[in-house]
Design a protein around this ligand. Structure first.
Ligand code: 6GU
Length: 274
């Protein structure tokens, strides 16, 4: 996979040299380039922003430096493909609190792509015409991390590149660790423990020391459901529970949910909690 990031703060992306993603780059699983938007300006002051039409607070990123950068990067993409896999446009990810929410499902989808380009906006954002124009060469995806506001797209890109990068085959050493993690099946992960089995008068749940794999699996499943009901009831509401076992349905019932038409629905008057 190839990744390009365009930013006025390229140093902000330095952490991508570290850890898992850095190692993936060294091993050639991932090709990553960070570009300074200002290197695509033409004026002496290397201007990237201007005042908004219609008035209002803050500044807006000027279209032309973005067009120069995105044209250059898309051109390199076409040259690199050299006839292979024709027709697949690179994806232009525009981090923005006004975007569609970035989820594990989206991370999985994007991990299948050949080329992702990230356009980090600052200030009040990028002139909207850039996104319309870029749709000729890119599949444009405005994406948000969640319902809060960051000062720019850089931190969001760090998060997205890590979430996507670790799903590329070979990047995470033990692929099994991807199967049983939070969000892989629409539920939160179960609690985990390590040695010592007794620590400051707190014991590891006994079943985990029993060696009974059936009981352990049941315990973990129950705690996945408990935790999800307590912390993220919105995830339970979305879950398809039509294939849930009797045991799983009983746990849901204890948590104040009934199964109706394959969905977990809160029973009236039952508080949900861990
Ligand atoms: Cl992707 N960008 C910015 N600037 N703020 C955000 C965000 C993205 N996601 C949540 N807040």
């Amino acid at each position: 996979m190839r990744l390009d990031v365009v930013s006025i703060f390229p140093e902000y992306l330095a952490p991508l040299d570290l850890s898992l993603i850095g190692k993936a780059r060294t091993e050639g699983l991932l090709e990553l380039a960070v570009h300074d938007l200002r290197s695509y300006t033409q004026d002496r002051h290397r201007t990237v922003d201007d005042t908004p039409y219609g008035g209002g607070a803050g500044m807006v990123m000027k279209p032309e430096p973005w067009a120069q950068a995105l044209e250059d990067i898309a051109g390199a993409s076409v040259a690199a493909a050299d006839g292979a896999a024709p027709g697949r446009k690179p994806i232009l990810i525009v981090p923005s609190p006004a975007g569609e929410v970035f989820t594990q499902r989206l991370a999985r989808e994007l991990a299948e792509e050949d080329h992702l380009v990230f356009a980090c906006g600052r200030y009040e954002g990028i002139d909207e015409r850039v996104l319309e124009w870029a749709a000729g060469q890119y599949t444009v995806r405005p994406l948000s991390l969640g319902d809060y506001v960051l000062n720019g797209g850089e931190v969001a890109v760090l998060a997205m590149v890590e979430a996507i990068g670790r799903l590329i085959p070979g990047v995470v050493g033990n692929p099994e660790s991807l199967v049983e993690e939070s969000h892989s099946d629409g539920l939160l992960e179960y609690p985990v423990y390590t040695k010592p089995s007794s620590w400051r008068d707190r014991e590891v749940p006994e079943v985990l020391l029993s060696g009974n794999h059936g009981k352990i699996a049941k315990f973990r499943r129950e705690h996945q459901l408990r935790r999800t009901a307590a912390r993220r009831p919105d995830l339970l509401d979305k879950l398809d529970v039509s294939n849930f076992s009797k045991t799983e349905r009983n746990v849901l019932w204890d948590l104040g949910y009934a199964v109706v038409d394959g969905r977990a629905v809160r029973r009236p008057g039952e508080p949900s909690g861990e």
